[in-house]
Write a protein that binds this ligand. Structure first.
Ligand code: G3I
Length: 317
């Protein structure tokens, strides 16, 4: 494979992935770019909003279609996400406490059963710690989930473990890569979960950063190392690097490339860091908007300097 330019050909068992969206699968350039990776996550389809838009009516079609595409392309598939406060169907948001508690258990049960033996890692809870957490303990996000079912995180992880004992259970959050104080709060929160024997196997560091607000290699390397010491796995789950402020600077791609490679090198340097995923394929498809140029491929699905930089790190590894 010495002539290959596919990331997956140099991954050596390491999971290098991207978030994808079936709405683009009819674009052959998109699909060709997808083939660079060996790991996939659905950007939206496997969320509660994708599977259970109506209470009790489980529609796995779109999530299944992502999964099938992953298999067709020889990729592993990551589960994102079971319980989240944002963008939820109104029935879920407006449910009374008891209904919500039962819905959390029912959703986790049905989804994990449906993908039993197919998806070996899931984000069980997404973004439950408040952004203002200052590193001195943590503050729970004051969401409808927390207000109505204060122990929803414990409940979610305990349910998931019971239903799917072999699935790796992740907590996933943003602003946790070392730039903001919330990083430390989430670390303490995870540490506390372990102390309380809540079944958790991994932490997803989302890593949505700006080119001028990102951790140094040393910082992210230390942080991942500390999670490893807790006995956890780490995935970098949603990496993108927006060009904020310097979008028109001549060397912006080089600056962005450094952010992508620092994260990758830190992950590869820690054996418990077992996955690295970017949040989308081409710049235009990104939730950031195409002008933020946050991804590895441009809007025509041509690899950018960031892609080559990531490829070169994998080649050396
Ligand atoms: O597909 C429909 C389209 O038919 C409809 O006309 C249109 C009108 O709003 O909406 C389209 O769906 C949108 C979907 O993205 C597809 O692009 C939803 O409204 C929109 O809410 C949804 O946003 C997603 C968001 O999560 C909420 O689920 C983003 O794509 C997705 O990138 C974003 O991902 C999150 C992670 O899950 C968690 N971490 C942060 C990350 C970025 O916000």
């Amino acid at each position: 494979n010495s002539g290959s330019t596919l990331l997956r050909d140099y991954a050596n068992g390491f999971r290098i992935g991207a978030a994808t969206n079936t709405m683009h699968y009819n674009n052959q350039n998109y699909v060709n770019a997808m083939k660079s990776f060996n790991y996939m996550v659905a950007e939206n389809a496997c969320k509660l909003s994708g599977i259970q838009q109506q209470k009790g009516v489980y529609n796995f079609n779109d999530c299944d279609n992502h999964y099938k595409k992953a298999k067709e392309l020889g990729m592993d598939f990551r589960g994102h996400c079971l319980i989240w406060h944002a963008y939820q169907p109104s029935w879920f948001q407006n449910a009374d406490a008891n209904t919500l508690k039962n819905a959390i258990v029912d959703h986790i049960t049905k989804v994990l059963q449906h993908y039993d033996g197919k998806i070996d890692a899931w984000d069980v809870v997404n973004e439950a710690i408040d952004d203002s957490s200052n590193g001195n303990g943590w503050k729970m996000r004051n969401s409808f989930l927390y207000q109505k079912v204060p122990n929803f995180i414990d409940l979610a992880f305990q349910t998931a473990r019971k239903v799917a004992p072999n699935v790796k259970l992740f907590y996933n959050d943003y602003n946790t890569e070392g730039v903001y104080a919330k990083t430390e709060s989430v670390y303490q929160f995870i540490q506390d979960m372990i102390k309380r024997n809540i079944p958790i196997d991994g932490v997803g560091i989302q890593y949505h950063v700006a080119v001028n607000q990102q951790p140094s290699y040393q910082k992210i390397n230390d942080l991942i190392g500390r999670y490893c010491k807790l006995g956890l796995e780490v995935h970098i789950t949603e990496l993108d690097v927006k060009c904020d402020n310097v979008c028109n600077s001549g060397n912006v791609e080089q600056q962005q490339a450094t952010v992508f490679t620092n994260a990758l090198k830190a992950c590869l340097n820690n054996s418990c860091c077992t996955g690295y995923l970017v949040w989308g394929i081409g710049d235009n498809d990104s939730w950031l908007g195409g002008d933020k140029k946050g991804l590895l491929f441009n809007s025509q699905y041509k690899p950018k300097s960031q892609y080559t930089a990531v490829l070169n790190v994998l080649k050396e590894y």
